[in-house]
Design a protein around this ligand. Sequence first.
Ligand SMILES: C[S@@+](CC[C@H](N)C(=O)[O-])C[C@H]1O[C@@H](n2cnc3c(N)ncnc32)[C@H](O)[C@@H]1O
Length: 193
Amino acid sequence: MYGLGDVGFFDRIAPLYDRVMPPANGEVLAAGLAHATRPIDRLLDVGGGSGRAAAALTGPEKTVVDASVGMLGRAREGRGLSAVAGDAGRLPFRDGVIDAVTIVDAFHHLPDQQAAVREAARVLAPGGALVIREFDPDHPLGRALVAAEHVIGMGSRFQPPRGLAAGLDDAGFDPRIVDRGFDYTVVGVRREE
Ligand SMILES: C[S@@+](CC[C@H](N)C(=O)[O-])C[C@H]1O[C@@H](n2cnc3c(N)ncnc32)[C@H](O)[C@@H]1O
């Protein structure tokens, strides 16, 4: 049984979050989404928090999904985004109705990471893309981040790009590592059943 991990922390810091975080890199996300082999009309930003990443994307109908009510309030009231409360491991959407899922700077906070990948696979239509932006724990800056999040009591678990790609493959995605560095992008394209 999994709880909701670091969600309480994000509820507490929600009023400050966008003041300290730089804008998300919309170009990198768009490059990841370009791997989809179907048109992207409907996108979920899972663990989307205050909508920082969703706000950096143009085009599709976007919905922020997050387990923190405080963060969702910022997405809704601060950015005018559609926002739905939900656990990444149990998405409140029907099978195959979504064209793209993004998970930006959030995967390491998820208590059941493989359940989140399976849920993304379930809600995505074939050819849809799952785009995950994460931090590499084997990069020198990544090692510092792992230590820092541990010190402040977060339950973060970071995956290197290859491990994340293997998890996507297991869940029915064709995975590719799109870029590497301290932060990196892994994309999975939903295979046909
Ligand atoms: C570092 S923030 C990133 C927010 C946003 N993606 C961004 O890039 O600014 C991590 C987010 O993951 C959310 N989160 C943590 N566990 C979650 C879960 N089990 N289901 C959904 N969201 C979760 C937190 O509430 C928080 O908003």
